[in-house]
Design a protein around this ligand. Structure first.
Ligand code: FE
Length: 208
C-alpha cells in the first residue's frame, strides 16, 4: 500500500474514533448511579416533630423503649456521581411494635410514648448517617417498612420507604409491588443480627 493511502486511512480512522472519544470524555463517571426510587409519603408524617428527634428512636426524652427488635439502620447519602452529600438531612419515621404511629390520623390506637417514632440526622462530610430503632413491623395492609425523607436546606430531595429483605409480606404489599425489580432491590435490605441488635445498611442516592 502506498504511504499516502495509509495516511488517508489513518486519518479516516481517527475521524471515526474522535466522536467516540469525546462522548466518553463527557460522560463522567462511566457508570452514573441510579437514584434511590421514591415512594409515597403515606398519611403519618408527624404533624409536629417530637421534642426529642435525634437518631436514637429507642429513647424518647427520659423514657426508654423496650419493645420490638432493636436495630441499627445506617448508610450514606451520595449524589449520582457517588459524592457524599454533606449537610443533607435524613429523616425516618415508623410505627411502634404494636403498629401505631404518633399521629392523630392513626385511629386504631396510640403509639408508645417511649418510642420516639421519628428521628433526624444531618450527615457530615462523609455523608454517613446512623439510626437506632426497631426492625419495622407490619400493620393493617402494609408490609414492614420505615419511611425515609432526605432534605437539603429547604429542598426535599427524596421521600421513600425502606423494606426488610425476605419479609413474606413484601410480595403482598401494593406499594412495594409497584416497584420494578431493580427499584425493589434498592429499597429492600437485609436486617442482619450483629452487635447490639440487627443491622441494616441502606445507601441513599439522590439527584442533588
Ligand atoms: Fe407507614
Amino acid at each position: 500500500m502506498p504511504p499516502s493511502l495509509l495516511n488517508r486511512r489513518a486519518a479516516a480512522a481517527a475521524l471515526v474514533a474522535l466522536p467516540v472519544f469525546w462522548t466518553g470524555a463527557r460522560a463522567q463517571p462511566a457508570q452514573p448511579r441510579r437514584a434511590t426510587p421514591s415512594q409515597t409519603e403515606g398519611p403519618f408524617y408527624p404533624v409536629s416533630l417530637p421534642k426529642d428527634a435525634d437518631a436514637d428512636l429507642l429513647r424518647s426524652g427520659t423514657l426508654e423503649y423496650r419493645g420490638g427488635q432493636p436495630s441499627w439502620v445506617e448508610g450514606s447519602v451520595t449524589d449520582l456521581q457517588g459524592k457524599p452529600l454533606a449537610g443533607a438531612q435524613v429523616e425516618i419515621w415508623q410505627c411502634d411494635e404494636t403498629g401505631h404511629y404518633h399521629h392523630p390520623g392513626d385511629r386504631g390506637g396510640k403509639a408508645d410514648p417511649a418510642f420516639q417514632g421519628f428521628g433526624r440526622v444531618t450527615v457530615g462530610a462523609d455523608g454517613s448517617y446512623r439510626f437506632r430503632t426497631i426492625r419495622p413491623v407490619a400493620y393493617s395492609g402494609r408490609t414492614p417498612h420505615i419511611h425515609v425523607k432526605v432534605k437539603l436546606g429547604s429542598r426535599e430531595l427524596l421521600t421513600t420507604q425502606l423494606y426488610v429483605a425476605g419479609d413474606p409480606g413484601n410480595e403482598r404489599d401494593g406499594i412495594w409491588r409497584r416497584l420494578d425489580e431493580q427499584a425493589r432491590a434498592a429499597v429492600t435490605v437485609p436486617f442482619i443480627a450483629g452487635t447490639g441488635g440487627l443491622h441494616a445498611t441502606f445507601p441513599i442516592v439522590v439527584a442533588a
